[in-house]
Design a protein around this ligand. Structure first.
Ligand SMILES: [Zn+2]
Length: 229
């Protein structure tokens, strides 16, 4: 589904995978679950493009629902993978980038989720640093947004005022944003939301939930804190 010209979201039941079209080829932001590669390749074919047109795969963080299809997509396309160094280590080892801090039933839920969504190890070709700009959507800036995971990144395209926030925030049907559950560090997550709120994004593309448009005119960004209640 096209969000704006040259930016698509590839439909999936659980996680959003974004595809951009730039003069030098295609870029994927996150990959979806293990087994999602076929869906991505089908979508690329429907655009009339070849698998080898996929040049880059940018990973927001190493959770299995975001990095699950990376190994298969790299093998099928030859695309280069990009991630923050902390997340890159986890991706290459095929493990999560952090210990879970949640307790009780929620901890059990996340443990089951991690084992179910376990990604195959995959090579990361380039590590990303805060402020780095990639040649995507007229300039896509890497923003370190730790909290959900230690090396979580968001990506901001100022030309189109589009923010890809990964799992640092979750979008809701009514157009609001909230902090996601299962934060590795709530204080850092709160700080990361503040950094993103200051960007003035108009379109927010999250890892989970609908695309939020006219974001700056909404009550929008989550409240004071990402602490879990
Ligand atoms: Zn996720």
């Amino acid at each position: 589904m096209e969000i704006i010209p040259n930016l698509h979201v590839i439909p999936s039941s659980i996680v959003n995978v974004y595809l951009t079209i730039d003069p030098d080829g295609l870029t994927l932001i996150d990959t979806g679950l293990p087994g999602h590669a076929k869906k991505v390749l089908k979508y690329i074919a429907e655009l009339g493009r070849k698998p080898t047109d996929l040049k880059r795969i940018i990973i927001t963080h190493a959770d299995g629902d975001h990095v699950g299809a990376l190994a298969a997509l790299k093998a099928a396309t030859g695309a280069r993978a990009y991630a923050n160094p902390i997340e890159a280590n986890a991706i290459q080892a095929g493990r999560p980038s952090h210990e879970l801090k949640v307790r009780g039933a929620l901890a059990l839920f996340f443990k089951l989720m991690f084992s179910f969504f376990k990604a195959k190890p995959a090579a990361v070709d380039e590590t990303l640093s805060d402020g780095q700009v990639l040649p995507v959507l007229g300039g896509l800036r890497v923003i370190n947004t730790p909290g959900h995971t230690p090396g979580h990144i968001s990506l901001y395209a100022p030309a189109a005022k589009i923010l890809f926030c990964g799992d640092s925030m979750v979008t809701e049907k009514n157009g609001t944003l909230r902090c996601s559950r299962g934060m590795w560090d709530e204080d850092k997550a709160t700080e990361s939301v503040k950094v993103q709120a200051a960007l003035g994004a108009e379109i927010v593309c999250s890892g989970h939930g609908p695309i939020v448009r006219e974001a700056s005119s909404r009550s929008g960004m989550p409240g004071e804190t990402c602490a879990m209640t």
